[in-house]
Design a protein around this ligand. Structure first.
Ligand code: G6P
Length: 367
């Protein structure tokens, strides 16, 4: 049936507000409430012994995959190759036999991702797909589907499907870590607790919407915006920059914060705002020193941090958003909601067609 906007101005706004719901629904599917263990359906491979994983996707789903790579490598010690589907499908990489193919798609119909799926299958790899559309072409052709329970996503720019993808990838990481012996029982419990905490924390992000709107006032005036982050906050910066480009038509570029000195630092002045995704955690100090360098060159800093990082950021940033504090594992989920709201608020100020941005399609079924 037809999906309404439920009183929201745009589907995108409605779907942003569904983040807590879809994270919760996806967790319900993947975590047994009695044992608090991640439960996966039977897999097309042995997680304990697979030598590598290869992840592919397009657009926002690709950035979800990048965050998945940080998690799978760090926590489950599984080496990951990752590439956008339009590259992977033609580059004939020498993939290790026995590797697990993993693809991520909201629609399950994106032409490049589907072609990459077929290429992986053709060389004999089992394929696990993280899909929102469970009756799609990719669903039919995959060996295993892990569903994101995000419901229909109408806005062309993806929002809730992204955090649902992260939720599935986080659960997959926990199951992999257990199978590979890199995560003990206490470790698993700690990460599951962090996930179960997320719906409530995600809902709290919206208490910062008015402050994010003030930030958007600066972004909306800019021609170019630089997004910076490190570790799993780097793909979040990429997702933030993509969303801004898609719906506000402002040029934005994401850089790994440590790489700024190798190029984009030459662009920095008052006219190029810098959006930083900087949660507290192991990489906080490193990112902070990159931001201090940017500040010293006249950059205007707009920071997404959390309660623990807020005081340090307030000293240098023009706007600091103190997002709810969560376990470092799940900070990319909370940070993503922040940068997506920033893109939305900026698009409102620009007066663009938020749900149907020019030249973009919800599902790109041509190459
Ligand atoms: C299009 C959409 C993006 C989406 C991408 C991949 O470009 O505008 O929001 O991330 O396709 O789509 P998929 O359905 O494969 O996730």
């Amino acid at each position: 049936g037809a999906v309404g906007k439920d009183g929201y101005r745009h589907y995108m706004e409605k779907e942003l507000h569904e983040h807590p719901l879809v994270i919760g629904q996806t967790l319900q599917r993947m975590v047994d409430p009695a044992t608090r263990k991640v439960v996966l359906p039977p897999l097309p491979c042995d997680l304990a012994t697979i030598p590598r994983g290869v992840i592919t996707a397009c657009g926002s789903a690709y950035y979800a995959g990048m965050i998945g790579r940080y998690w799978l490598e760090e926590i489950a010690r599984l080496p990951i190759d990752i590439d956008v589907a339009s590259e992977l499908r033609y580059r004939n990489p020498p993939l290790t036999p026995g590797s697990l193919g993993m693809l991520i798609s909201q629609s399950g119909e994106t032409a490049d991702t589907l072609a990459a799926l077929r290429a992986l299958k053709a060389i004999g790899l089992p394929v696990l797909s993280v899909l929102n559309a469970e009756h799609s072409t990719m669903a039919r052709e995959s060996d295993l589907v892990l569903g994101t329970v995000a419901g229909p996503e109408i806005s062309v720019a993806s929002t809730k499907a992204f955090t649902a993808q992260l939720t599935v990838l986080a659960c997959l990481t926990i199951a992999m870590g257990r199978a590979r012996g890199t995560l003990d029982e206490a470790g698993e419990d700690e990460l599951v607790t962090a996930l179960l905490d997320l719906p409530g924390k995600a809902a709290e992000v919206f208490s910062h919407q008015a402050d994010i709107r003030k930030m958007a006032g600066i972004v909306a005036e800019a021609r170019d915006v630089l997004y910076l982050g490190r570790g799993s906050a780097y793909p979040v910066a990429m997702e933030g920059a993509l969303k801004l480009k898609e719906i506000s038509y402002i040029h934005a570029e994401a850089y790994a914060a440590g790489e700024m000195k190798h190029g984009p630092i030459s662009l920095i002045d008052r006219t190029v705002p810098i959006v930083a995704t900087i949660p507290s955690g192991p990489l906080f100090e490193k990112t902070l020193s990159n931001l201090q360098e940017a500040k010293a060159r006249g950059g205007r800093l707009l920071a997404f941090t959390d309660e623990a990082g807020a005081e340090r950021l307030s000293a240098i940033a023009e706007h600091t958003i103190a997002l709810p504090e969560v376990h470092p594992f799940v900070t990319p989920v909370i940070q993503t909601i922040g940068v997506q709201i920033l893109a939305y608020e900026t698009a409102l100020l620009k007066g663009t067609d938020v749900d149907q941005p020019r030249n973009l399609a919800k599902s790109v079924t041509v190459e």
